[in-house]
Structures are given as C-alpha cells and as structure tokens.
Ligand binder design. Structure first.
Ligand code: AHR
Length: 779
C-alpha cells in the first residue's frame, strides 16, 4: 500500500520564520487599498511626475458657481505645500471628491471620521460679507442622495492660521459610488488642505488606520514576517530624497501624516505615505509578523545610477537609523521619535534587506558599506543581500558571490515563472549549502491565479520546506486593487468594498497557518513514480527574428543542421519597427546552429530571436532586452515565460556576429565569438505526491502536507512513528477544474474544506483527491 511514514522525533530543519508576506505598494495596494483613506488626492499634491494625466485637482470637481485654484503661497507646512483656494460665490457652492475605484464606499450603520485643515476669508466683493465660513459635509450617491452626513456644520474661523476641523459622519444608506461633498454654507474664500475621510471601523479600530477586511485576511494567514515596502518601489527613483521621484527613503515617512511629503510611486501613481514606516511596523506587530524592511542600496538598477561612493555614508547612516528607530531605546534620537509617534516599546526588528533585485557592479560595490556598518553596530541583525530578478544568471551569481564574500545572513531571490518551470525545478535548492547564506525567496509566483497555479505553488512549497538552505519565502505581489492593475497575478484582490481571495492565497494560508517549528523525516513507500509531462527532448519549431524597438539590418543568415549537416540560408532583412521576420522552420532538425550578422541603425534596444516557436510556446533569446540591459533566454509555455539564462548586455550601433546553438534542450548563444548564455530548458515532471512534514513544539501537533498534482486520487496510509496522536484535522483545497479562479461575482467559489478524523494506532488512511492540496494536523 502507498504509505507516508512520519518520524516525529527525527527532526531536521528548524523552520523558523519560513512563511511570510511581501507588501509592495503596487496596484494601489496602499493608497486606495490597505490604507483606509477614502479621499483621493486629499492634499492637492498630485502632479504629472506621478502620472502623466494627474493634476492637482485630480479626483475633485466643483459646482459651476465656485471658482477654484490650487496654490502654494501660504502652505500648511514645508512638506505639504499645495492647497485648494475656493471662492464660494453663493451659499450652496460645493466641491466633491470621487475617491478611488467607482467612488467612496460607505455602509449603512457605520461611522466615518472627516477632517480638514481650513482657513476662511470673508469675500470683500461678494454681496454678503460673513465673519466665518461654514462647511456642510456629506457623502452622496450617484443620484445625489445623501448616504452619510454629520449632525453639525463646521464653522471655519476667519483667520490667517490653518486650523484642523473634525467631524463624525453617520451613514444611513450604503453606496459603492459615493462622492464626498463639501458644501459652503457661507459666501467667502476658503482655503482647504488634507481633506480626509476614514471609516471608524478600521483594522483594530485604529484612527486613520487600515482597511479592516484586507488587514484581517492577512492576519488570518498567521504570517511569520512581512517584507515591505517593495520591490522596485524601493530602488527605482532618483538618489535625492527630496525629489518628487525619489527612491523610497524611510525617514521621510515619519511624523504626522499632514507633515509628510507625497511622492511619485514608481508604479505610476501617487503615494501619500500615510502608510509609512511607523505604520508598517505597527501593522507587522498587529498581525504577529516580524518586520522585514528593505532599503535601497544607493544604486538604481533601472538607470544604472549610483550615489558616489564618497557619499555612501549618508545612506548607510539611514540604515543604521532605521535599526535605531525600530529597536533603539527611547533615549536615542530615533527611538524617541518612535515613542513620540506612539510606540515606546521597541519593535524588535531582526531582519534588514539591502537592495531589491539589483544587478550590476554598482550595487555590489556599495553593499559592503552597509553590511560592515550594520554588522559592527548591530551584530544581532540579520542582513539580507540581493540576488537579482531571476533564478539564474549574472545578477544571481553576483548576488551569491557577494553574499558569501561578506557573510550576508540571507540572500533575497526573486522569480516569476510558468507552472512548468516550477514543475521542472522542484529540486532547485537541494544542493545549496545550508551553512552559507540562507535563501530568502522574497518574491515568487507562477504566472496566474488559477487553481492550477496555486496547487503547483503548493507542491513547490513542500520542497522549500525541506530544502535546508531555504529560510524565508513569500509570494508576490500580495495585494491588487482590481481597478488599478500594474501586475498580475496577485495574492489578494479587492475593490472599494470587497476582497477576493485567490486559490494562491489559500495555499499560502494553509502553509503559513500550519508551518510547524521543525521539519521531520518522512519516508514514502510505493510513491516513487515520476511522470514526464512533455516527452519532447528537442527544441523544434519556427525561428523568427523581431526588432525590439529598433531599426537595423540582418545579413549572412544561415541555419546549419547538426545531424544532417544541411545548410539553409535566408535573404538579408531590413528590421523595421517591431515587425517579425520568419527565417526558418526547424521541425525536422533536432540540433542546429543559427548564425547571422546584425547592426542596429536606430533605437535603444536590440533583437528578439524566437526559436522552437509554436503557437503559444517558444524560446526567446533577447539580445538587448529590458531597456537594453539583458542578454536573456526565456522559455515560454502556454504564453507564460520563465527566464532560464541572464547576462547583462547593452547593444550598441555596431556590427555583431550572433550565433545560437541548440543541442537537445541545451541552448548556447555567442556574441562576436564569446559565449553569453549556456542553459538547459528543463522539462516539467510530476512527482506522484509532494509531501513535507513538521512538528510544532508549541502545540505538540504533527503536520503533514500532501499535494497531489496528478489526475488520479491516491489512497495513502499515513503512519506516525513516535508520540501517540488520536485525531487529525484535515484542511483541503480540492475538487476544482484546473482553470478555475475566484472572481468578485463568485469570491467563494474556491475555498478550503475542513474535516476532523479519528486516528487509530497512529495511522490514518486518507484519499488524496486528484489535483488537491492537503494539510493534516495530527493532535
Ligand atoms: O512584485 C512585482 C515586482 O516584481 C517587484 O516590484 C520587483 O521587485 C519585481 O520585479
């Protein structure tokens, strides 16, 4: 009989903080998302640097009789410089804000906190001259019906000084399309800034806090850590922290929200920074996750720009200050700021990341300055280096070389790949040295939010759990506002009033919630079949060359079949725009060499050379890809690509001799005779069952995770060696078609099933359904 034997007392790897979350302010994850502010562009700071169609009045409208302008002559403070000046020509003039998505969501029976900074000036040339201004605040629906209102007006004193006014709104009707309306009760000139509306019902009831439904869904997962604030968000920007498009500089996010700057978010929108570093730390504490901040390393890999080495000290100090902010005594400078913001106790930060996906020498020259200073001052902090954006290649090797050379505690790996790549690379970490820097898989996902993607990720996670060198892992990205998509797939989707959990979310939750403290030994009997999903050993199909935003010429094109020795030649080609030029079909060839010469005459990038091209699957050699930084090989299966080789390369306007050698699944490229890529496109295969087991020292539970990716149910006996258990709680994700997804219309279509089963003689016979993920907790 098929059997999984679990040796409860043979403990291997300490699982530590293995499964966590990665928060990036992408897809409006913060503003218009987790940060519960309902007003969009509350401080009139939007500008075209953030997004080309933004203006200071984005998201606002007014009644015809009102005159308005956004000015900055007498600002609220030095960081929040723009404000709205409205001349209300008559009683009843108004301004309106449309919030995010379809509008402002208010729910009948709930209360809301409105606040505004305001000044009033009686209007000399108006008919009625008033001593004070009056503001009526309400939320109306698209028909203008009042959904939420306050009992009183706000009376704005005629004064030169800014004053904050606050009011509570009560909602009587629910709307998803609300507009915040501020009606001017008195004629005059009003100056307004930081117009804000928050639900009182935020996560843990915090004033000006986080959206409860999103935050609760994350807390429920029981993450061990949370990486923040991004991704490319951290390092893509200018090196000057006072620039609008600055890299993410944590110190600028402290203090009162109205005194924080607002910035361009590199995902092409505005970030208010209302959700800043202090709030990130508090949120981590609230959900029981260890904070794992990532700082830019003084180098922007998108532009290849780095801070001069002689100035790196300021950036290093910023990292040291962050540790002081998180952990320092209240008598230290930054510990005192933390205390003043409301948290005297330290946040007990243990990890710090330097850099995100950096490639290029520029980063690795700068990393040691951070590393050495942090190590010297805070030897207890675990320092995380960066291994670039792919699971292979030059950035990856450079990251690992640097991490080993300096003794980084961990190294941050990222990859987004096809499910087939995950199936082919289950044993990716088996040979990694557990005594060197540990792997922090800081971003990963298979391309898609289908049931199939999720169960493949679950299988991969059983291997992450067993790989000795892997210490931390988090799926990415975490959040997506459905109306502002920068990136997909994402773990948890939301609109302005509801959330939608993906199957990937459920897999992450199952593994996080039942992580365990120690991996234990397992033995599988009669479960050893490995099934090849694709039998093809060769790479055959079309060879197609495409310009990548360039014009140029290709000549001396020939394809030589290795076995047949046959040589085919193609005519010279003028590359224009992004036109595709079919060169050959290699259906009859197993192994071949393609050679040609290329010269670019205009444009910034280079060529895309497709080979093994079928309808929706192909291999691609990108010569001068991603902003002319890459010489990559990508393998695409069913439209989903995986990078399988990466070198840094910048194409210039000179003549190149290019060669592609295909031999079985091995691919080599040469540029002017020098080999640039050498990789094997591994084929996906299935293990009969994917299994990992752990014990939890705290609860005394034994946890067995079983993923069945085959199309057949598997009847398996689980036998526990050691401590007696009497009951098993089974959580399963099972029974869906592989292409199934949750949607906002049917958010609960895919969900978890739970059952409790008795355990006799430390044995449990269980049917693991075809295409299922199962977590069994023995008690
Ligand atoms: O997760 C989305 C993006 O993917 C991150 O910002 C970046 O680190 C990666 O390239």
């Amino acid at each position: 009989m098929k059997q999984i034997k679990v040796y409860q007392n043979d403990r291997y790897k300490k699982l530590g903080d293995l499964y966590g979350l990665f928060f990036e302010d992408i897809n409006h994850a913060a503003d218009g998302g987790l940060y519960a502010e309902l007003v969009q562009n509350r401080s009139f700071e939007y500008c075209e640097i953030d997004k080309s169609d933004y203006t200071p009045l984005t998201a606002w409208e007014k009644s015809e009789d009102a005159r308005w302008e956004v000015i900055n002559d007498r600002p609220l403070n030095a960081e929040n410089t723009h404000y709205l000046k409205v001349e209300a020509a008559k009683k009843g003039s108004y301004i309106k804000n449309r919030g995010f998505n379809t509008g402002i969501f208010v729910e009948a029976g709930k209360k809301y906190d409105f606040s505004v900074f305001a000044r009033f000036d009686a209007c000399a040339d108006a008919k009625a001259v008033e001593d004070e201004g009056g503001l009526a605040i309400m939320v109306v629906d698209e028909e203008g019906r009042v959904c939420a209102k306050a009992d009183a007006l706000i009376t704005v004193a005629a004064s030169d000084a800014w004053k904050k006014y606050e009011l509570e709104l009560a909602a009587e009707t629910t709307t998803y399309n609300g507009r915040l309306v501020i009606t001017f009760d008195n004629v005059g000139i009003y100056e307004l800034d930081m117009i804000s509306l928050f639900p009182q019902d935020t996560f843990m009831g915090r004033k000006g806090g986080l959206r409860a439904d999103i935050a609760e869904a994350l807390k429920e997962m029981k993450p061990k850590f949370m990486r923040f604030p991004g991704g490319c968000l951290t390092h893509d920007g200018s090196l000057n922290d006072h620039d609008r498009n600055s890299m993410y500089r944590w110190r600028r996010t402290l203090g009162k929200v109205e005194e924080r700057p607002t910035w361009r978010n590199n995902w092409r929108y505005n970030q208010t920074l209302g959700l800043g570093y202090y709030e990130y730390f508090c949120f981590c504490e609230d959900i029981g996750a260890k904070p794992l901040p990532v700082l830019p390393g003084g180098f922007n890999p998108h532009k290849g720009e780095g801070v001069p080495i002689e100035n790196i000290g300021e950036w290093v100090q910023e990292a040291l200050d962050l540790i002081e902010f998180a952990n320092g005594d209240v008598n230290t400078k930054y510990g005192a700021i933390r205390a003043e913001m409301g948290h005297s106790a330290p946040f007990n930060m243990e990890y710090i990341g330097i850099g995100n996906e950096e490639i290029g020498e520029g980063f690795f020259e700068r990393y040691p300055y951070f590393h050495n200073a942090i190590r010297e001052k805070y030897p207890e902090i675990k320092i995380i280096n960066s291994a670039g954006p792919f699971a292979v290649g030059e950035g990856y090797v450079a990251g690992w070389t640097s991490a080993k050379m300096y003794g980084s505690d961990l190294i941050d790996e990222h990859y987004y790949s096809s499910p087939e790549w995950f199936l082919a690379n289950m044993h990716h970490y088996d040979d990694y040295d557990e005594n060197g820097p540990k792997v922090f898989l800081g971003e990963y996902a298979s391309w898609g939010n289908t049931y199939y993607n999720a169960i493949v990720e679950a299988a991969y996670m059983t291997h992450l759990e067993k790989a000795r060198a892997v210490a931390l892992a988090c799926y990415a990205p975490m959040l997506c506002n459905v109306d502002y998509v920068n990136w997909r797939p994402d773990m948890l989707w939301f609109n302005n009033h509801a959330i939608m959990k993906t199957p990937n979310y459920f897999v992450q939750k199952m593994f996080m919630e039942h992580q365990g403290t120690d991996e234990v030994k397992i033995e599988l009997s009669e479960l050893s079949d490995v099934i090849r999903l694709i039998d093809k050993e060769t790479i055959s199909g079309g060879v197609v060359i495409q310009g990548n935003d360039v014009t140029g010429r290709i000549w001396d094109v020939k394809l030589t079949g290795k076995n047949s020795g046959e040589v085919c030649e193609a005519t010279d080609i003028d590359i224009t725009n992004n036109n595709e030029y079919k060169i050959f079909d290699t259906d009859d060839e197993n192994d071949y060499t393609l050679e040609f010469k290329f010269k670019r005459s205009s444009g910034r990038k280079g060529l895309k050379i497709f080979f093994g091209k079928k309808a929706n699957s192909f291999l691609l050699w990108e010569f001068g890809g991603w902003d002319n930084w890459d010489c990559n090989i990508t393998s695409t299966v069913n439209g989903r690509g995986s990078t399988i080789s990466h070198r840094i390369f910048h194409v210039e306007d000179i003549e190149y001799t290019l060669k592609l050698e295909v031999s079985g699944r091995n691919i080599k490229t040469y540029v002017n005779g020098e080999m640039y890529n050498d990789t094997t496109d591994r084929l996906p295969e299935l293990e009969e069952l994917y299994v990992a087991a752990s014990i939890d020292r705290g609860t005394g539970e034994t946890i067995v995770k079983v993923v069945n990716l085959t199309g057949e149910d598997k009847n398996v006996e689980i036998v526990l060696d050691g401590d007696a258990k009497t009951m098993a709680e089974v959580t399963a994700l099972e029974g869906y078609e592989l292409s199934a997804e949750n949607t906002f219309e049917k958010p609960d279509y895919i969900g978890l099933l739970k059952e409790t089963r008795p355990v006799k003689d430390n044995k449990l016979a269980h049917l693991f359904e075809a295409h299922s993920v199962n977590v069994i907790v023995f008690k």
